[in-house]
Design a protein around this ligand. Structure first.
Ligand SMILES: [Zn+2]
Ligand SMILES: [Zn+2]
Length: 136
């Protein structure tokens, strides 16, 4: 979790910048293939009973082509705006949990290395993007 104490947010806002492993916000390897630390930058502002968190994340995400099973990876930056409703008893908010849910929701079900990916030969298993096989 990325636990932020409501009392620590001054009237002019709070900036955070931290790099944490994905497990730090409770992401398992099945939920997201993240190959670097997750960098989280956020600006938090408290306005009456709401905390607004203008959040940017950056990490290297890994994927696997659904056809040829080639490993792909790309460094991605994503931005989110979260609103946390608070009341006078709220001691802290968990920014990490919001980010975790966004990452899981954005996890694509099917990725191709290339729209023209030829895939793998079902008979001999060669990657048809890089090799030709003799199967008919
Ligand atoms: Zn492919
Ligand atoms: Zn073949």
């Amino acid at each position: 979790m990325i636990k932020i104490s409501v009392r620590d947010i001054p009237s002019n806002g709070l900036d955070i910048d931290q790099s944490i492993p994905k497990e730090g916000i409770g992401l398992s390897s099945e939920e997201a293939d993240i190959r670097s630390l997750l960098n989280v930058k956020a600006r938090l502002e408290k306005i009456n009973n709401v905390i607004i968190a203008d959040t940017h994340i950056k990490a290297e995400f890994g994927y696997m082509c659904a056809r040829c099973l080639q490993e792909l990876h790309s460094t991605e930056e994503r931005s989110y705006k979260f609103n946390f409703d608070i009341d006078p008893n709220t001691e802290y908010i968990d920014l990490g949990e919001e980010i975790r849910q966004e990452i899981i929701m954005a996890n694509p079900a099917r990725i191709l290395c290339n729209n023209d990916c030829k895939g793998i030969c079902p008979k001999c298993g060669v990657n048809l993007n890089t090799e030709k096989c003799k199967c008919t």
